[in-house]
Design a binder for this molecule. Structure first.
Ligand code: 6PG
Length: 240
């Protein structure tokens, strides 16, 4: 169980993305059998996904063992430009030999609450139980970003979903223009490693507050049943 985050700071975005890809490949190599990763949306991970899709890197990953999930989703059609799974497919998943059955996108049709419940069933089916055991995390890696307001996944400051302690997946209405679906803190924590990937000077002040444990910021309340690591470029890292 990791409460105090561990940070790794890299000179620039290029080195940050390269080192994150290498770290992921090492984790997969060291994990026998299935490897479950929850991907984040937003713009920060796009170059990471694109790097993982390049032939020289993609060929180093046993895609048949990799299962891709999502930490959150905008409740828009799968082909909508704002859809996180669409972004992941365009930058990575459509360019590597991952079995279609291994890509577990969040449903975005019908009612958000029903879609969230359906995704929880997907996670439970993969996990093989409906109760999370800290000794047996659901994800091998939970890859998260952070907004400049300290949100992560679709857990926004002051939102009621921050208080969810049992459901793994919930709908998020009236926080953003589009309704969202998000993993909750219990599901986010169920990982061998929670990895925040954050870059840019615009996030430095919030990163510093999160690392100091400012509980007003949703990212500061993320826990891990395993390790909790921040991969930062120098511009996002707190001043020494
Ligand atoms: C989303 C993401 C969200 C993202 C942050 C940071 O659906 O938008 O999951 O949590 O990680 O908003 O976004 P940027 O990487 O674009 O700054």
């Amino acid at each position: 169980m990791a409460d105090t985050p561990h940070t790794r700071v890299f000179d620039d975005r290029q080195q940050l993305i390269h080192e994150c890809a290498e770290w992921l490949i090492t984790q997969i190599d060291q994990t026998p059998g299935r490897f479950a990763i929850a991907l984040s949306g937003g713009s920060t991970p796009k170059p990471l996904y694109a790097l993982l899709a390049t032939p020289d890197v993609a060929r180093r990953i046993p895609w048949d063992r990799v299962h891709v999930f999502f930490g959150d989703e905008r409740f828009v059609p799968a082909d909508h430009p704002d859809n996180n799974a669409r972004m992941a497919r365009e930058t990575l998943l459509d360019h590597v030999p991952i079995p279609a059955a291994n890509v577990h996108a969040m449903p975005t049709l019908g009612e958000p609450e029903a879609a969230a419940a359906a995704y929880q069933r997907t996670l439970e089916a993969y996990y093989g139980a409906s109760t999370l055991d800290p000794a047996r995390p659901l994800f091998d890696v939970n890859l998260l970003g952070m907004g400049d307001d300290g949100h992560t996944a679709s857990l926004f400051p002051g939102a009621p979903q921050l208080n969810e302690t049992s459901a793994w997946v919930v709908a998020v209405r009236n926080q953003k223009p589009e309704t969202r679906i998000t993993l909750t803190y219990p599901a986010l924590a169920s990982a061998r490693t929670v990895l925040f990937l954050v870059e840019g000077a615009g996030k430095q002040a919030v990163v510093a507050r999160v690392l100091q444990g400012d509980a007003a910021l949703p990212a500061a309340r993320v826990r891990s049943d395993g390790d909790l690591i921040w991969f930062l470029d120098r511009s996002a890292a707190p001043a020494a």
